[in-house]
Design a protein around this ligand. Structure first.
Ligand code: HEM
Length: 197
């Protein structure tokens, strides 16, 4: 599943490094967060609700990051403190695609490998590299985990706007929380001391 129309979105690219996490290990991780086939199905149902709202979701998420100096610094030139608008825009396109891919819930080696790449892109190992961005050189681990809450909490009204029952909205929301949790765990790999992941 390559996305050649979005610069830097290298999902499925053979050039990516293989994830250090195996598919078997990922299955155990899914089991540990109680992620089931029901959750995958709920994510897929959320896709058609979210697809027409991607830009509005991104407005909310970017609004949150943008209004918090300790977060937006990731996109600001440390020398001038000014936001790199080109960088913000380039990342926003991939973020939009990420919403759709998260909702597609198609897990395999290519997906696992791209998760590893996303982790590297938040870490100083690869941050700023993809877009030539002028931002801080590293996203702190604590914020990577912390952002799970606002990202998933603010998604709920969008899930609810499609006319689904309260129970169905809750099912999709729980599936989203579990999926983003799984992803931030995978993205954490470069932050964890060798041998400790
Ligand atoms: C639940 C937590 C988070 C999610 C779901 C998330 C999601 C994403 C996604 C989907 C991308 C694009 C990946 C790609 O290149 O395809 C990205 C990149 C980026 N995110 Fe996050 N992110 C999270 C936490 C954070 C935090 C806390 C910050 C710091 C403010 C941050 C700053 C950035 C930056 C600067 C990039 C671009 C990295 C680069 O230079 O390539 N993210 N994020």
């Amino acid at each position: 599943m390559a996305h050649p129309h979005i610069p830097g979105y290298e999902f499925g690219s053979p050039a990516l490094a293989q994830s250090p996490v195996s598919l078997e290990e990922f299955e155990l991780l899914k089991k540990t967060v109680l992620f089931t086939d029901e959750d995958a199905a709920a994510l897929r149902r959320s896709r058609e609700i979210l697809a027409p709202q991607v830009e509005q979701v991104l407005d909310v998420w970017y609004g949150f990051v943008g209004s918090n100096p300790h977060l937006v610094s990731a996109f600001c030139d440390p020398a001038t403190g000014q936001p790199d608008m080109g960088y913000l825009e380039a990342v926003r396109k991939r973020f939009g695609q990420w919403i759709l891919d998260t909702a597609s819930a198609e897990y395999g080696q290519a997906w696992l490998d791209y998760q590893h790449e996303i982790g590297l892109r938040h870490h100083r190992l690869k941050k700023n590299r993809t877009d030539g961005g002028r931002g801080s050189d590293h996203v702190a681990f604590r914020y990577l985990i912390a952002l799970l809450y606002p990202v998933t909490a603010t998604l709920k009204p969008f899930l609810a706007s499609g006319g689904a029952s309260a129970e169905e909205v809750e099912r999709m929301h729980q599936a989203w929380i579990k999926s983003v949790l799984l992803q931030v765990i995978l993205w954490s790999h470069p932050y964890v001391r060798d041998g400790d992941f």
